[in-house]
Design a protein around this ligand. Structure first.
Ligand code: SF4
Length: 370
């Protein structure tokens, strides 16, 4: 069983530590957050790197730190500004967590990112991974930072053939990594492990021949194809929802709505619309949703575009239409804020990524320069 394997592998602990640190020294990528020990900057990078590729994060990281160079500037900003700087990176809840945590760090910790596990873990958005990564990378404290890369390396090194679930992560992988952290080298070791997963022990084609841990890796020695690990639960293909969305135009102004705080993509702006009901045409759904959501009536003039978007358990197809305002007064509901904004000002508001294409199309159709 893996737990026994891990004990035998841990007998080679010193060699494993030495090899991976040496490899990291000569192979690590020169990433902007590796040039600093500022806990604030490291915290920002770690939040950004969750669910997002390194290459995509780099420009956002620079932009974010330019706009909010320290925790005070972030805490004193408006949520709208923070969302705007984050716009396009997805998983917007992370931006809100950063903002809320910054406020707490300023009010309760004099602007210093706590270096204590319990204090950090209680801040918004800090899970086991983020807490471990910030404490180890910024403060060199010996906490594991178990992300997808680390899980993959560990599952192969230990040849864990069971489906990886939270119990295996908690009971086997995390303690194993915790035992492996070399004294006084937590920062480099955790980064090295993530880097090994990203560059060598890749999901599809692990480069085992070049791997500094091949001497100890059970998947490499005992399996034909280590890339079959880690085993994951099969994703269930969810339903497809059709969403009708109206770009309502009135005197070159466009109607936008702010999403409530407690929903997916919360606090971002969007065009009004909603889910198509059974046996309802998509155009009828658009008219009904606008009426229910805003209190006004519109006439659909023409379709703009449709596209699909995938979430973990379901997919949506967004159907965008131009709508002309006919009558009625806007009714701001408690949970949604509505605004007419001049077309050329649309880019001042933070929209979900999917809407960017629509905004570009509006600019094109109405001759607005970006
Ligand atoms: S030997 Fe191959 S499978 Fe094992 S840790 Fe290295 S790259 Fe991954």
């Amino acid at each position: 069983m893996p737990i026994n394997y891990s004990i035998s592998i841990l007998k080679n602990k010193k060699t494993l530590q030495k090899k991976i640190l040496k490899w990291f020294d000569s192979h690590k990528r020169d990433l902007p957050w590796r040039r600093t020990k500022d806990p604030y900057a490291i915290w920002i990078s770690e939040f950004m790197l969750q669910q997002t590729q390194v290459e995509q994060v780099i420009p956002y990281y620079h932009r974010f730190l330019k706009r909010f160079p320290d925790v005070f500037s972030l805490a004193n900003a408006s949520l709208d500004n923070v969302m705007k700087v984050w716009e396009g990176m997805g998983y917007y809840r992370r931006a809100k967590y950063l903002y809320n945590a910054a406020k707490i760090i300023v009010s309760e910790y004099k602007g210093i990112v706590p270096n204590d596990y319990e204090a950090l873990r209680q801040l918004p958005g800090f899970g086991n991974y983020t807490t471990g990564s910030v404490l180890s990378i910024a403060y060199n404290q010996p906490y594991p930072a178990v992300d997808g890369n680390v899980i993959r390396v560990a599952a192969r090194l230990l040849k864990i053939t069971k489906v990886i679930d939270t119990t295996i992560i908690k009971k086997i992988i995390t303690p194993f990594i915790f035992d492996l952290i070399p004294d006084g080298k937590a920062s480099d070791f955790n980064q090295a492990l993530m880097e090994l997963g990203a560059l060598v022990c890749r999901p599809a084609k692990p480069d085992c021949r070049q791997c500094c841990w091949k001497h100890a890796c059970l998947a490499f020695h005992e399996m034909n194809d280590p890339s079959v690990l880690p085993k994951r639960k099969k994703k269930i293909r969810g339903e497809i929802r059709h969403i009708a969305v109206a770009v309502v135009v009135k005197n070159r102004k466009i109607l936008i709505a702010r999403r409530p705080d407690n929903v997916i993509l919360g606090n971002l702006w969007e065009f009004p619309g909603g889910k198509q009901k059974k046996e309802e045409s998509i155009e009828d759904a658009c008219l009904r949703e606008v009426r229910e959501e805003t209190g006004i009536t519109i006439r659909i003039t023409n379709p703009i575009m449709s596209f699909k978007h995938h979430y973990s358990h379901y997919s949506i197809v967004l159907h965008f239409f131009y709508g002309r305002y006919l009558g009625g007064r806007l009714k701001n509901r408690k949970t949604t804020k509505l605004r007419w904004v001049p077309m050329q000002e649309l880019t001042r508001f933070a929209f979900p990524k999917a809407n960017q294409r629509v905004i570009s199309r509006i600019f094109e159709d109405y001759g607005v320069s970006d």
